[in-house]
Design a protein around this ligand. Structure first.
Ligand SMILES: Nc1ncnc2c1ncn2[C@@H]1O[C@H](COP(=O)(O)OP(=O)(O)OP(=O)(O)O)[C@@H](O)[C@H]1O
Length: 349
């Protein structure tokens, strides 16, 4: 992938298109994006995040509906050392479970990333304030998001920012990952300026970071696995990861404290979920949330488990029988789940 880098750095004209691999990324003029978003009007605002604000827009030239994310350039440079590196990495990533980047714009201290517009918005809305998703849709989203992460990891890219607001949904609740920070594996150099920025990120979102990042800023693919484990918990419980004391502690408390594992299921599912599926998802989440990064599963096995779960379509009217032919989860399996969760700890502060 990085063979294209020198080619990219040679690109510096103001014409509108740069070909990277098999696609083109457009370099927009600020004026085009201002027109598209009605001057970044409040009614165009889709949401605000850790790294900037996102606006809905319609490009005059193509009539394409897009999402324009405005980010402070300092933020990009602080993380990547180069705005071009960020654009370049992002422009090469294409997969059915990744939101396509249409283009970018640099204007003074601001950068704008233009992405395909996802009509159903982000997973956050469906988990926490809109109409609840049924079990099958939740599993479809989990499996699709995991496939997006697998693609990134196969390309040696770390997403770095996996959370429900970065899992966007298009028609049919097909999930696509957005806001890919696109890191290579590394431990950021602890120069003063960088250290301060990273620490700011840690403080803002510590509950989503894997323990090794919290302690020594180590960033590997396992970092994504940990964050994804948290998303799995949010999907099945319908709770936010940052509830107090924390979603991890809440789930652990129920499972280790002697309650039935079904106590963590989202009440909005109204009992319409397969016990076996819930059990397996909780077990997978525990594996993803392991304290030691090396003991977390690779994304390939996460995809396998979730693809199986997504393919077992739940019918609320049918009697649920698992693959072993049993109706419910047995005592030994429940003890195994409790044992797994006993070792999970939350590192947020
Ligand atoms: N391509 C898109 N299509 C449709 N809606 C989008 C798109 N990108 C972002 N949004 C909406 O805008 C909201 C804010 O996104 P934004 O990326 O600015 O912040 P965030 O994801 O909450 O946080 P962060 O900056 O840490 O990634 C999202 O929750 C989503 O609802």
């Amino acid at each position: 992938m990085f063979a294209y880098l020198s080619q990219f750095f040679r690109y510096c004209g103001s014409s509108s298109s740069f070909a990277a691999g098999h696609t083109a990324v457009t370099k927009f003029e600020f004026q085009e994006l201002a027109v598209a978003t009605k001057n970044f009007a409040p009614e165009s605002l889709l949401g605000e995040g850790e790294y900037g604000s996102t606006f809905e827009g319609c490009l005059k030239s193509s009539e394409q509906v897009v999402a324009v994310k405005q980010v402070n350039k300092e933020m990009i440079i602080g993380v990547y050392r180069s705005t071009f590196l960020k654009i370049h990495i992002r422009s090469l990533l294409h997969h059915p479970n990744i939101v396509d980047m249409t283009g970018y714009c640099i204007d003074g201290n601001q950068m704008y990333f233009v992405h395909d517009f996802m009509p159903l918005g982000s997973l956050t809305g469906y988990l926490h304030d809109k109409k609840p998703l049924d079990w099958n849709t939740r599993m479809k989203i989990a499996a699709g998001a995991a496939k997006g992460i697998k693609y990134l990891h196969d390309e040696s890219v770390i997403h770095g920012n996996i959370k429900p607001s970065n899992i966007l949904l298009c028609e049919g609740y097909h999930p696509k990952l957005s806001d890919i920070l696109g890191f290579k594996e590394r431990i950021p150099e602890p120069d003063e300026c960088n250290q301060a920025r990273w620490q700011l990120m840690i403080i803002r979102q510590s509950y989503r970071h894997a323990p090794e990042f919290y302690f020594n800023l180590k960033l590997t693919q396992s970092f994504d696995i940990y964050s994804f484990g948290l998303v799995l918990l949010e999907l099945i419980s319908g709770c936010m990861a940052d509830i107090k004391p924390s979603l991890i502690e809440w789930v652990k408390c129920k499972l280790v404290g002697g309650e039935e594992f079904t106590a963590v299921a989202d009440p909005l599912l109204k009992g319409h979920y397969p016990e076996q599926g819930l059990y397996q998802t909780l077990s997978l989440a525990a594996e993803c949330l392991q304290i030691k990064d090396v003991t977390r599963p690779r994304i390939g096995s996460v995809v396998n488990v979730l693809s199986n779960l997504a393919s077992e379509i739940y019918d609320p009217n049918a009697i649920q029988i698992d693959r072993a032919g049993t109706l419910t989860i047995g005592k030994i399996e429940k003890e195994r789940l409790t044992e797994q969760w006993q070792h999970i700890r939350c590192f947020s502060h």
